[in-house]
Design a protein around this ligand. Structure first.
Ligand SMILES: [Fe+2]
Length: 190
């Protein structure tokens, strides 16, 4: 089943009843709106990109022991939506097909997740969400600023330099697809 913009907004609206969810919801809307802008320029389905941005962190609103990535994936699947919507919950934090290519520390080894990320072929939508997640706090900013923001809050780890290098490689890929610097789309962040 397809997840529409209306569905995504309704899901966020439901979670917004809990004030603790305010920050990640504002961030998710930022990611969705940035993804919409980039997708439009790339000539891909901008509405789909926005929906994926809106729901990528939805696991943060779900109680439970597992991390938000797994909780979001299981939740979107349980609602009967197509795999591509559930997958974004898994893929958005990892670059280079590697669960260790992430900020905020070395993740626990969850074999299902490690194998999924290793073998999954990232779609253009997933790459756009990866870059937007790295460009959005509660508002858009440059990768440089966002990465400093994350490492200031969560610390530097043995895998941080690896992730940062891959983040800039991804930006270069997106710049190339656009034919110009991605930041041109967000002149106020430069
Ligand atoms: Fe996020």
């Amino acid at each position: 089943m397809k997840l529409t913009t209306k569905d995504a907004k309704n899901l966020l609206k439901e979670f917004s009843k809990n004030p603790q969810n305010k920050e990640w919801i504002t961030h998710s809307i930022c990611v969705g709106n940035c993804a919409y802008k980039i997708a439009k320029e790339l000539g891909i389905n901008a509405n789909k990109a926005r929906v994926l941005g809106y729901i990528h962190d939805i696991g943060k609103g779900i109680e439970g022991e597992e991390d938000h990535i797994v909780k979001g994936y299981v939740y979107i699947k349980s609602l009967g939506y197509d795999s591509e919507y559930a997958n974004i919950c898994l893929t958005h934090s990892y670059l280079n097909h590697d669960v260790n290519c992430t900020l905020g520390g070395i993740p626990n080894n969850i074999p299902y997740r490690t194998n999924f990320i290793k073998h999954h072929k990232y779609s253009i939508y997933e790459k756009v969400i990866n870059i937007c997640d790295l460009m959005c706090g509660t508002r858009p900013m440059t990768l440089e600023k966002r990465i400093i923001d994350i490492v200031t809050r969560r610390g530097l780890y043995p895998n941080s330099q690896y992730q940062i290098k891959e983040a800039f490689k991804l930006k270069k890929q997106i710049d190339k697809m656009l034919g110009y610097d991605l930041y041109e789309l967000f002149p106020h962040i430069k």
